[in-house]
Write a protein that binds this ligand. Structure first.
Ligand SMILES: Nc1ncnc2c1ncn2[C@@H]1O[C@H](COP(=O)(O)OP(=O)(O)OP(=O)(O)O)[C@@H](O)[C@H]1O
Ligand SMILES: [Mg+2]
Length: 364
């Protein structure tokens, strides 16, 4: 998939940034701290996903003093051309048009265009608590199969309702109606477990190969579900719930299910969380994102737009060079940002200078 052109208006510090045409291959946005490189990549990602990798609400995306931000762009995909136009108001819902028709559901955009974003905040996937790794698994799930977002939301809803029942009950024995919620949890939880397992296995091999190419030794990436079984997952789930019945009543919360999953990352066969160095943890999460991009490419038959914000800062010079070379060799468009001119990879196909929210294409 190719982004043919892009326009950001009143987006963060970009009053008006128009890039037309978008180059192919490895593109490097370069400029000092605070000039708008990450903002540019964030704006591009928003065009694909209607969400920001670093803000959970719209308000910070709108340029100070403006009422709304706008992002527009046109894609060339195997399925044809897709024109995306987005209005992001300070307050209220994002408005989206695809090929000039309004689109209500996020997944109706996401199933047409795909992007994978890496940024420094991803370090928490390796170093943070398991919830960060579950978030990553769910992002991977949505990037691979946008329609499966409903599997995630169905489980969240069931879990919240079952937890409420357990929390509010202070009678004897189990709260009435708990069995019905057990069954809902088993169904929604098994569906999510299977989907996460599928997503994890598809990206793990690529992630490990990427890591090995950088480091010379492996990265293992293994899904560790709360409930697992060789064949009868629902049966195993039911049995685990029965085992924990007493504890759940005492602790008034659900103790079994995908909200307790983890993704085990291990470098040199030690747990990455406890033992990896800062640079290793960084390389591991970068490789997870690259692995996801590879998996999405296999799923779609064409590469997603890969956005890599500040990939080099924690890498040693040899790993920087290797990463640059490998990013340039991938098919499709790859946009990276760097603050240091010396970090512009030699094989880059295009360079953008970013200053005070404006982007200038450097002539070759
Ligand atoms: N809503 C907004 N309106 C105006 N300016 C904003 C808004 N949000 C962020 N900025 C400004 O954008 C700048 C930061 O941009 P960005 O994060 O893209 O920097 P960067 O070029 O990636 O820098 P670094 O190299 O430090 O990562 C800051 O100066 C910030 O004040
Ligand atoms: Mg930045």
């Amino acid at each position: 998939m190719r982004l043919m052109w892009l326009e950001l208006r009143e987006f963060r510090n970009h009053a008006l940034t128009r890039i037309d045409p978008m180059p192919d291959g490895l593109i490097v946005a370069v400029g000092p701290n605070g000039e708008g490189k990450t903002n540019l990549l964030e704006g591009m990602f928003f065009l694909f996903s209607l969400s920001s990798p670093r803000a959970s609400t719209n308000a910070p995306l709108v340029r100070e003093g403006a009422e709304a931000a706008y992002a527009r762009g046109e894609f060339e995909t195997l399925q044809g051309r897709v024109l995306v136009e987005i209005e992001i108001p300070q307050h209220g819902a994002t408005k989206v048009h695809v090929n000039r028709s309004p689109v209500r559901r996020r997944r109706d955009l996401r199933r047409q265009v795909r992007s994978v974003f890496f940024g420094p905040q991803d370090l928490r996937i390796a170093l943070g608590d398991p919830s960060k790794r579950r978030e990553f698994l769910d992002e991977a799930l949505v990037a691979l199969w946008p329609l499966k977002e409903s599997v995630i939301t169905a489980y969240d809803r069931t879990l919240r309702q079952r937890n409420r029942l357990l929390k509010e009950w202070d009678g004897r024995g189990s709260p009435p109606g708990l069995e019905a919620w057990d069954e809902e949890l088993v169904e929604a939880g098994s569906a999510l477990t299977l989907a996460r397992a599928d997503a994890a296995s598809r990206l793990a091999t690529d992630a490990s190969l990427e890591f090995e190419a950088l480091a010379g030794y492996g990265l293992s990436c293994e899904y560790r579900p709360s409930v697992s079984a060789d064949d009868d997952l629902q049966g195993a789930f039911r049995a685990r719930i029965a085992d924990r019945r007493h504890d759940e009543i005492v602790r008034r919360t659900t103790l079994v299910g995908p909200h307790r999953d983890d993704l085990e990352l291990a470098v040199r066969y030690l747990g990455a969380r406890a033992f990896a160095s800062h640079g290793e943890a960084w390389a591991a999460v970068l490789c997870l994102r690259l692995g996801l991009a590879g998996a999405v490419e296999r799923e779609l038959g064409e590469p997603p737009l890969l956005l890599v914000d500040d990939p080099f800062s924690a890498l040693d010079p040899a790993r920087r060079d290797l990463t640059g070379v490998r990013l340039a060799r991938r098919g499709g468009q790859v946009v990276i940002s760097v603050a240091d001119e010396a970090d512009v990879p030699a094989p880059a196909h295009a360079t953008w200078d970013v200053r005070d929210g404006t982007v200038t294409t450097r002539s070759a």
